[in-house]
Design a protein around this ligand. Structure first.
Ligand code: PLP
Length: 456
């Protein structure tokens, strides 16, 4: 495509190095430029309106025009635009946010360390795991097991946790000491006739076998998203986390729950830990913590871990980690206001009211000739597109069928996200109204119908 000289498209191609983008293809096709947002909708530079079916990157729970968040940012900027929390300093916004977050978090969690992104939060969790075992005199217990297909971020450590090839290729990752076990994917992974419970037992046994093979004295932690997001939207099979947690307990392995996507109402509870009975030692939050309006995330830990960190920092002289923008006052103020709004408007109640229809429409897409499986929970879901429905055979990845599907849905006015295995995900703002759920799936269906037409 040729762009008008000095048009935003041409300048974007000329100057902007994009994250998670095929850089070569970008020079040809240029960007989709989003200029403004309103409710669950965003508008591109030609004025075309889209229903943001992925809430940006699974983050804008309150949609794109929440005035109270803009006001909270403005007021905090005028009052105290910057403050840090190194060396015993603090400020009201971060204190209020920490208190609120701990009051909402699962009972096992007692303290929060703030970062600017989910990646940094998981990176911090890795550092905390190391610190914890060093202080406890167990320097060998350092390996961390994540799951194939998982997404935990892109710093060197968090990308090492991530179990997706595209986050590793050409980056010399994963680093040593990061392992990946099988994640549940019943559609492809369960044996014919195997029950969900038996499949869950088999996966838990695989984790047990891996820990035993590595040596339990060398395995420090296990990390999982309650519902795997970027890896294809994979809700866990019945009894999976119960069995996984029993294995972790047996081998004294810490459990890190990564609720970066699932947290703050997405699955119909404030945290998916509640939805699936998780009792994590560590919890990672980000994204909907501030409804995506400003960067802020949290690495949260149990009191037992905190007590060990406290001991270590007394010996070391300081807990030697922190960012210039840890607990940034403006981000903290916006996050606090976000949580206040979630509570005042009973966002969990709202999600519960609309998620039934969301899942009904999603499951109906499972009947589409191109859809091998539809899966989801709460207000998150995906369809996996297949060439052969009966044989559960995916398309050749090089044909980029999932990306084409998302493109056609975009033309139909709905923004969705293509993931690995030609899976197309929906994860709209939590504030979505019933009529907009219909609009989302009407556009999704039209996009898939057009794709079916193209494929003949
Ligand atoms: N963890 C999960 C489950 C995620 O989905 C993501 C991002 O999508 C991250 C961590 C990384 O967060 P960030 O992109 O803010 O670094």
């Amino acid at each position: 495509m040729t762009f008008q000289p000095n048009s935003p498209h041409a300048r974007d191609v000329r100057y902007h190095l994009h994250p998670y983008t095929n850089l070569k293809a970008h020079e040809e096709q240029g960007p989709l430029i989003i200029e403004r947002g309103e409710g669950v909708y965003v508008f591109d530079d030609s004025g075309k309106r889209y229903l943001e079916g992925l809430a940006g990157l699974w983050c804008t729970g309150l949609g794109f025009s929440e005035e109270r968040l803009a006001k909270a940012a403005y007021e905090q900027m005028r009052k105290l635009p910057y403050a840090h929390s190194f060396a015993h300093r603090s400020h009201p916004a971060v204190i209020d946010l920490a208190e609120k977050l701990i009051s909402l978090a699962p009972d096992s969690i007692s303290k929060v360390f703030f970062t600017n992104s989910g990646s940094e939060a998981n990176d911090t969790q890795v550092k905390i795991v190391r610190y914890y075992n060093n202080v406890r005199g167990r320097p060998e217990k350092k390996k961390i097991i994540a799951r194939k297909g998982s997404y935990h971020g892109i710093t060197l450590a968090s990308a090492s946790l991530t179990g997706l090839a595209y986050a590793h290729k050409f980056f010399d990752l994963p680093l040593d000491g990061f392992l990946h076990t099988e994640a549940p994917h019943p559609y492809h992974g369960a044996e014919p006739g195997e029950s969900e419970e038996d499949y869950a037992s088999r996966l838990a046994q695989m984790l047990d076998d891996m820990i035993v093979a590595e040596g339990p004295d060398t395995v420090a932690a296990f990390i999982a998203e309650p519902v795997m997001g970027a890896g294809g939207v994979m809700p866990p099979p019945a009894t999976y986390f119960e069995k996984i947690q029993a294995v972790l307990k047996k081998h004294d392995v810490l459990f890190i729950a990564d609720e970066v996507i699932c947290g703050f109402g997405r699955t119909g509870n404030m945290f998916a830990c509640e939805t699936y009975g998780l009792k994590p030692d560590m919890l990672t939050v980000a994204k909907q913590l501030s409804s995506g309006y400003l960067p802020i995330a949290g690495a949260m830990v149990s009191d037992e871990i905190y007590q060990v960190l406290k001991e270590g920092s007394a010996e070391a002289g300081t807990f030697g980690t922190g960012y210039t923008y840890t607990g940034h006052p403006v981000s903290a103020a916006v996050a606090l206001e976000t949580l206040n709004i979630y509570q005042e408007r009973d966002i969990v109640g709202h999600v519960r009211a609309v998620m039934g229809r969301f899942q009904e429409r999603l499951m109906a897409l499972g009947e589409h000739p191109l859809v091998g499986e539809a899966r989801g929970v709460g207000l998150i879901g995906a369809v996996e597109l297949v060439e052969d429905k009966a044989g559960k055979r995916n398309f050749d990845a090089a044909r980029k069928i999932g990306a084409r599907a998302a493109q056609l849905c975009q033309e139909e006015g709905v923004l969705l996200r293509p993931l690995a295995n030609d899976t197309v995900a929906a994860c709209p703002p939590l504030i979505i109204e019933p009529a907009q759920v219909e609009e989302l799936f009407d556009g999704f269906t039209r996009g898939l119908d057009r794709l079916a037409g193209e494929l003949g």
